[in-house]
Design a protein around this ligand. Structure first.
Ligand code: FAD
Length: 546
């Protein structure tokens, strides 16, 4: 294989990129280069689920972005972690396996994206999955991505489930089955107590293929164009600039922040804004970096009256040792879980005909997700609105690929989102006050009893709201003027260039985003292989679509 000429060049070995690396190289027919800016995933804490806390602020395995000061959040800059290295964010995430609601995908299809309705995408969710519960109408048991039950019940989580029942929310044994609504335990992307990232699920079995080359420490700095056709990628590795040519396609899978960044520094974006920065315009595509959506988490924390939380486990050397032994011998216990044990999907807004908020329940509390736990027994009820209407942007400030990226989430800028935030904090308190939790919750630590009126609750949300790590939508799929890719994920108006990652979501799914991104990459792999089997290159219609 000529080291600098490939059929496909993929940028970013994250949730999406690892799937593509595997699937596009599987037949042996195509040569594939997978470029990853970060390192290999050799850090042990990536692979042990509780290591989530160790990678949350890690300078090597985490890009550690901050948003710009957000005027809607009292000008706060919000910390936005993103995975860096093989597996990308699937190597550092909270491991929760949730697909969203059937209606999310119907909305995508209704917006003009043929082939993305629920019945189109369900087979790909099933194809990905190795669910330890076995195969069913909704689940797969022979895919590479392991999905497992938590394996043991926690006394506090059981009380939360009873409290939810007291508030009229039924138990749900499977948030990815017939119905999402309800309360219960999450399933996690773990395999026998180890994290199952896309690097371990998809890349590890493929890495010895002669037609797949994986380059780590390879930071893409620009797309090479031959006219309006993407012909390759320029990247920096070990201080040297290199170029990899793609005879078939360049595929961007650098995530919701860095895919639009790479397009913009390559001259694909809003022409006026690029010109101001002195970036030569390759193609005017005003939607690049727009339509940013994220789930804002509001973390209510409680002091717990019994020493049964992870805070307590971590205070005691003996309990820490017991946790370690439990994981080594049985692959169970807090080390096998990550952070959140259970969740709940329910409705807040009158106008919603399906769950519009999600809870993440953790038997641990800390000032920030992944930070050092409090020295007292504590737990967290984190609640987020599932389909926010606020929209933000991602924008480059200079043509220098290493310059800080502008990120403006505009959280809570829409009235509906503010209404939902206030209602969901009140609802979390209503849940916490249920009889079943009386013997467990001693005191509300945050927001705290002084925060009462709607104005105070909203102010608290602006002061303390944080990301639940689901930025998406910045290169949205569609056919309107702000769409960046079409329903086959080809960049509008350019040839040989696709985007396959979380950025293509036209609207955020009602749940966590890892499983949906893996589904997107599975479906994209099929589309790419079909397109190349059916047509000689170039594949993409060069006539402008916008
Ligand atoms: C802390 C955290 C917790 C989360 N918890 C959950 C959870 O519990 N459940 C869930 O479903 N989802 C969770 N998510 C979200 C989910 O993991 C992401 O939505 C998903 O992984 C995004 O996939 P992606 O392929 O779009 O991007 P990523 O997986 O982020 O991959 C992008 C890759 O591109 C690389 N890259 C970027 N720029 C360049 C460049 N210029 N050149 C080369 N390589 C580049 C990056 O290093 C990275 O490896 C979490 C995310 C985080 C960060």
């Amino acid at each position: 294989m000529n080291s600098e000429n490939y059929d496909f060049v993929i940028v970013g070995a994250g949730s999406a990129g690892c799937v593509l690396g595997n699937r596009l190289s599987a037949s042996g027919r195509y040569s594939v280069l997978l470029l990853e800016a970060g390192p290999a995933d050799r850090y042990l804490w990536i692979h042990i689920p509780i290591g989530y806390a160790k990678t949350m602020f890690h300078p090597v395995y985490n890009w550690g972005f901050y948003t710009d000061p957000d005027p809607n959040m009292h000008d706060r800059r919000v910390y936005w972690p993103r995975g860096r290295g093989l597996g990308g964010s699937s190597s550092i995430n909270g491991l929760i396996y949730v697909r969203g609601q059937a209606q999310d995908y119907e909305r995508w299809a209704d917006a003009g994206n043929a082939g993305w309705g629920w019945h189109d995408v369900l087979p790909y969710f099933i194809k990905c999955e190795h669910n330890t519960r076995g195969a069913s109408e909704y689940h797969g048991s022979s895919g590479p991505l392991w999905v497992s039950d938590i394996g043991e019940k926690h006394e506090l989580m059981e009380a939360i489930i009873r409290a939810a029942a007291e508030r009229g929310v039924p138990f749900n044994d499977d948030f990815n089955g017939t119905i999402q609504e309800g309360v219960g335990y999450y399933q996690l992307t773990t395999r026998n107590g180890w994290r199952c990232s896309t690097a371990t699920a998809y890349l590890r079995p493929a890495r010895r293929r002669a037609n797949l080359r994986i380059e780590t420490g390879a930071h893409a700095i620009g797309i090479v164009f031959d006219g309006r056709r993407a012909a390759g990628i320029r990247y920096i590795q070990r201080g040297r600039e290199r170029e990899a040519r793609a005879t078939h396609e360049v595929i961007l899978s650098a995530g919701s922040l860095q895919t639009p960044q790479l397009l913009q520094i390559s001259g694909v974006g809003n022409a006026k804004q690029l010109q101001v920065l002195g970036i030569p315009v390759t193609h005017h595509l005003p939607g690049v970096g727009e339509n940013l959506q994220d789930h804002l988490q509001l973390r209510l924390m409680y002091k717990v009256s019994k020493p049964i939380t992870i805070n307590d486990d971590l205070q005691s050397p003996w309990r820490k040792m017991r946790m370690g032994i439990k994981w080594i011998l049985f692959r169970r216990g807090p080390l096998a879980i990550g952070i959140n044990q259970g969740g709940m999907f329910t409705r807040m807004l009158k106008e919603s005909d399906s769950p519009d908020i999600q809870f993440h329940f953790a038997t641990v509390s800390a000032e920030m997700a992944g930070a050092k736990p409090h020295p007292w027994s504590g737990c967290t009820f984190s609640v987020c609105q599932l389909r926010p209407l606020s929209r933000g942007t991602v924008f480059v400030r200079s043509r220098d690929p290493r310059a800080a990226l502008g990120i403006q989430p505009n959280y809570l800028s829409h009235d509906t989102d503010r209404r939902c935030a206030v209602a969901s904090i009140k609802y979390a308190r209503h849940l916490a006050a249920a009889p079943a939790l009386r013997e467990y919750l001693a005191e509300e630590y945050r927001p705290g009893s002084a925060v009462r009126s709607d104005e105070e609750l909203l102010d608290w949300a602006r002061d303390y709201g944080a990301t639940i790590f689901h930025p998406s939508g910045t290169c949205k799929m569609g056919c309107d003027p702000l769409a960046v890719v079409d329903a086959r994920l080809r960049v509008h108006g350019l040839a040989g260039l696709r985007v396959v990652d979380c950025s293509i979501m036209p609207t955020l799914v009602s749940g966590n985003t890892n499983a949906p991104v893996i589904m997107i990459a599975e479906k994209a792999s099929d589309m790419i292989l079909q397109d190349h089997a059916a047509h000689p290159t170039p594949l993409v219609d060069l006539s402008p679509t916008i």
